[in-house]
Design a protein around this ligand. Structure first.
Ligand code: SAH
Length: 249
């Protein structure tokens, strides 16, 4: 009989931020397919015989998405209970939607188990509220992986600048110089606060702050690397106000 596949969000990395359901499924599953994004503390919870790393391989090559899709279907048809564990929430930039569609196309029942997304939790644990009654009535979550200079960027940085709200960029460490420039060109104040939250909720979380003008230098000096979320907007300035009393990570 074909088993149900669970597309499970791990949250940002602290095992205490797994949902109760995610934790139970991790304990019960025959096989857990994961990449590196859930972080070492969560991956260590799964016993090594029951987990398959489908992330980047040693040589730096990524398991193709098609191979992951096929493996999910294969295991389900073998009658194995499968968890596909994804960092944060499975349907926020994790290709979870593609996996769900593939499962449906192949007649495999699946369930989505939402997770705490790094887009909101990353800023939060750094003392940065995603919205603010006085100066951030919207929050946009966008990918930074795009090249903003390419003819037709899938992210409209002009429109984002015009909202005046918070902009959270995922996968945005490498292209930070491009989209901060795009936002300045779109008329966003160069003094707008920007924060980088690296490995949010992991034991070695780091936070670096600056402005649209300075954040690239800040990134370089601190050596910030993925995974990190970028927060652009007045809310990023809130950290300074609360950091002295901010506990947790
Ligand atoms: N589904 C995930 C996002 C996947 S895209 C979620 O909901 O969080 C991968 C990007 O997520 C990374 O490049 C980084 O920008 C962000 N990310 C995921 N986990 C993170 C963490 N613990 N700290 C900072 N950024 C994280």
């Amino acid at each position: 009989m074909t088993e149900t596949v669970y597309l499970v969000g791990s949250g940002p990395g602290d095992p205490d931020l797994l949902t109760v359901k995610a934790r139970r499924l991790l304990d019960e599953a025959d096989v857990v397919l994961h990449d590196k994004l859930p972080g070492p503390d969560i991956i260590d919870l799964i016993d090594p015989e029951r987990r398959e790393d489908v992330g980047k391989r040693a040589g730096g090559e990524r398991t193709p998405q098609s191979a992951i899709n096929e493996r999910l279907v294969e295991l389900a048809h073998e009658g194995k209970s499968v968890v596909r564990l994804k960092g944060g929430d499975p349907f926020v930039f994790g290709r979870g939607g593609e996996e769900a569609a593939y499962l449906a196309d192949h007649g495999v029942p699946f369930e989505v188990v939402p997770g705490v997304t790094s887009a909101i939790a990353g800023p939060a644990v750094a003392g940065i509220p995603a919205t603010h009654r006085e100066y951030a009535s919207t929050v946009s979550v966008v990918t930074g992986h795009e090249d903003p200079t390419k003819e037709k960027s899938a992210v409209d940085w002009d429109a984002l600048a015009a909202t005046g709200g918070t902009i959270v960029v995922l996968m945005g460490v490498g292209k930070l110089p491009d989209y901060t420039a795009a936002l300045r060109e779109a008329g966003k104040d160069p003094e707008t606060p920007v924060a980088l939250v690296e490995r949010a909720t992991w034991p070695d979380q780091r936070v670096a702050t600056g402005t649209l003008d300075t954040i690239v230098d800040v990134r370089d000096e601190a050596g910030i690397e993925p995974p990190a979320v970028t927060v652009v907007g007045e809310v990023a300035g809130e950290r300074e106000r609360v950091v002295e009393f901010l506990e947790g990570y």
